[in-house]
Design a protein around this ligand. Structure first.
Ligand code: PEP
Length: 247
């Protein structure tokens, strides 16, 4: 069985004061909660690991493919591991767009994460134009084929299906759309990696909120969520964790 995971992506939001939300989240965590990871911006990672010391793990939002070197402004997976970080998001659509990241770059980042001992939360998803053109499954299949390196296991990889048109827009994918794509991802991972591949956790991301989380988690092949806006406040995120626990 894939492990359930609720992951929060703070994006370029937060402050030292906002780290109090981590304490509040740990206090609001249900007993026997599923795995929870919050990914604040780089400058807050050390403070965050010092603040969330119980049931909330801290992850990062990106890493560079190289372990070190002349890459001004970048952060390596080894540095994240050195800080005690266990997860890193790679291939978020905002990075694919803002930083022109290709599937090959994302594969290299994933390998770097694995070399450092991190779990990669690898994001894939189609644009509105691609969905309207009926290309969703082609896009997903291609992104997986080109960005998931050989050797993926449930201990090293989590895949987040995030339709770009649903991120930060309030436009959630329908249950049928989520079910169709998640089934396709599961099948592709099982075909490539066998039983091990079938156990890789699959998250849905895109305007997940307390009000829609239970319906989304009831969908077959959904093992959790990658949450942006609703991860910033413990009072918004804790009910999502609770919904996952009861799914
Ligand atoms: C995200 O940033 O990955 C995301 C899914 O954002 P939101 O939940 O705000 O749509």
């Amino acid at each position: 069985m894939p492990r359930k995971l609720a992951a929060g992506n703070w994006k370029m939001n937060g402050s030292t004061a906002a780290l109090a939300e981590l304490t509040a989240l740990e206090q609001a965590m249900p007993t026997d909660a599923p795995d929870v990871v919050i990914c604040p911006p780089f400058p807050y990672l050390t403070l965050a690991t010092g603040t969330a010391t119980k049931s909330v793990a801290i992850g990062a939002q990106d890493c560079h493919p190289a372990a070190s070197g002349a890459h001004t402004g970048d952060v390596s997976a080894d540095m994240l591991a050195d800080l005690g970080i266990g997860h890193v998001i790679v291939g978020h659509s905002e990075r694919r767009t803002d930083h022109d990241e290709s599937d090959a770059t994302i594969a290299a980042k994933t390998k770097a994460a694995w070399s450092a001992g991190l779990v990669a939360i690898l994001c894939i998803g189609e644009s509105a134009a691609e969905r309207d053109a009926g290309q969703t499954l082609d896009v997903i299949t291609r992104q997986l084929a080109n960005s998931v390196p050989d050797g993926a296991t449930p201990d090293t990889l989590v895949i987040a299906y995030e339709p770009i048109w649903a991120i930060g827009t309030g436009a959630v994918a329908t249950i049928d759309q989520i079910a169709e794509v998640h089934a396709a991802i599961r099948a592709q991972m099982a075909q490539r990696f066998g039983d091990t591949g079938a156990d890789i956790a699959l998250l849905y991301g895109g305007s997940v909120k307390a009000g829609n989380a239970a319906d989304i988690f009831a969908v077959k092949d959904v093992d959790g969520a990658l949450v942006g806006g609703a991860s910033l406040k413990a009072s918004d995120f804790a009910p999502i964790v609770d919904a996952l626990k009861h799914s």
